[in-house]
Design a protein around this ligand. Sequence first.
Ligand code: NAI
Ligand code: MG
Length: 350
Amino acid sequence: MTDLLLLPGDGIGPEVTAQVRRVAEALTPDLKLEERLFGGASYDAFGTPLADETLAAAKAARAVLMGAVGGPKWAGVPRDKRPEAGLLNLRAGMEVFANLRPALCFGPLADASSLKRELVEGLDFMIVRELTGGIYFGEPRFIEELPGGGKRAVDTQVYTTAEIERVARVAFELARGRRNKVASAEKSNVMDSGLLWREVVTDLHKREYADVELTHILADNAAMQIVKAPKQFDVLLTDNLFGDILSDAAAQLTGSLGMLPSAALGVAGKPGLYEPIHGSAPDIAGQGVANPLAAILSFEMALRWSLDRAAEADRLYAAVERALEKGARTRDLGGALTTVQMGDAVLAEL
Ligand code: NAI
Ligand code: MG
């Protein structure tokens, strides 16, 4: 059985995942790795961004780590064959409904944030975003011509009790291993789906997680609090749309896209999907200057959440922290290290 399926993808994807492979070979040499083409690279080879065998391999592995997909090369490809379509199909096929996006600020990088050092130094909270429901998937959705001229566009926000409950459960479980606090963000003041969200989270909390501190926060206020006093959060639970926006705002707190990992989890026992939050960065692809830490920290999450290697995950996290403390910086962090040299710096600390 494959432990970790690597899907390097496009652009800087293969450059950063190559560093994950080096780290894995040093830290966990017994893990069985496998690698497959994905995204544009797969389209070029097989005419599809996600081959059936690749999806089957992803579902059969214990964890999947991807680099990034997409780029201008595939701009003219039909929508359903685009690299990004492969990613949506991979997420749907793996049924990963809970997206974990840490907002992390390593002390040595606090000055790279858009906020004051004291607001972000040591920042460590986790956004849990619902990933497979809500307004990005709800029906009906369409654009129609209006008889009197102009058009009308409709998207639909839909959530069921079951969808809310399973993602809320992930948030509560996570909080228990952290600082034991969940803030649940919705717009129950103006949306029925927000009312249901609050009701389901409150019920689940009462039934099974009364030991966790739960607060409810309106999503717009959450956006304000993220930039005003982000350290108040431990786990921030929210839906697909608000989570998309709030997690991008949180990402900016930490300085560089090149630093942030993510995980997407499904039901317990099924493989998780791990990926840096950045894209394929066509502007720097092929130059060997991309920051591999987001990908390496995604591997750290895979060790923790899918591979039962919490001790190795701790070691890797500490190694990244020490490398940064000693001044290791790629270009996005204001330094001059190459991708491989940043990999070297982490390996040296391991
Ligand atoms: P991007 O994240 O690829 O790049 C945005 C900016 O951040 C660029 O200036 C890039 O050089 C820089 N950057 C990103 N990652 C970096 C790293 N590891 N080290 C140093 N600098 C880094 O986003 P963009 O430009 O909007 O999208 C480029 C392509 O990536 C598009 O085709 C897009 O669809 C795709 N994309 C794919 C994602 C995925 O595979 N999950 C996510 C986001 C975008
Ligand atoms: Mg987004």
